[in-house]
Design a protein around this ligand. Structure first.
Ligand code: MN
Length: 196
């Protein structure tokens, strides 16, 4: 039987301070993500989904009518894992060349990413993806939607659900986006994703 367990954070819950507080990280990872995992394990119990991978659960439930709950919980687990892996304390500030080349400069990339992240209405994620045409694109996806069901390769994501920043930034999402881009992005993780 397939039972999904909580994935560990790649750093301590106080490691991203002062940009993300320990309370936010403990709530976000320890409560929100834990709930998605608990929900998914209940939803797939005694179904064919029990014997497949998380990736396959996401892909199959995305195209099967009536399985939105399974999709939402499974995709949220994947999206959060990707978001948390995309940050680190005291990371390199070296933005990969491909990003600089495609967006013109590091500043342009950050500006475009911020414009998307602040424009996203409601809950969702801003993603840097490699699209089918091999180009890098910054796209917004609502709620639990995820690039892996749109034939896009995820490179980096920012969770802009209110639970991701409200304790620390209140309504100032733009400030959260700035801190993320300037101080939190794990550019080594991004570079690895660009290679594959
Ligand atoms: Mn979240």
């Amino acid at each position: 039987m397939f039972t999904l367990t909580q994935f560990p954070l790649p750093y301590a819950t106080d490691a991203l301070m002062p940009y993300i507080s320990q309370e936010t990280l403990e709530t976000h990872h320890g409560k929100h993500v834990a709930t998605y995992i608990e929900n998914l394990n209940k939803l797939i119990a005694n179904t064919p989904y029990e014997s497949v991978s998380l990736m396959d659960i996401i892909k199959k439930s995305a195209t099967t009518p009536g399985q939105e709950k399974i999709f939402n919980n499974a995709a949220q687990i994947y999206n959060h894992n990707f978001f948390f892996d995309g940050m680190c304390p005291k990371c390199t500030t070296q933005i990969p060349n491909e990003i600089i080349e495609q967006f013109g400069s590091a500043e342009n990339f950050k500006e475009q990413f911020k414009a998307q992240a602040t424009a996203l209405f409601g809950s969702g994620y801003t993603w840097l993806v490699r699209d089918g045409d091999n180009k890098l694109k910054i796209v917004n996806m609502a709620n639990a939607d995820t690039p892996i069901v749109h034939n896009m390769k995820p490179i980096l994501t920012l969770d802009v659900w209110e639970h991701a920043y409200y304790l620390d930034y209140k309504n100032k999402r733009a400030d959260f986006v700035d801190k993320f881009l300037d101080n939190l992005v794990n550019w080594d993780f991004v570079a690895e994703n660009l290679k594959q």
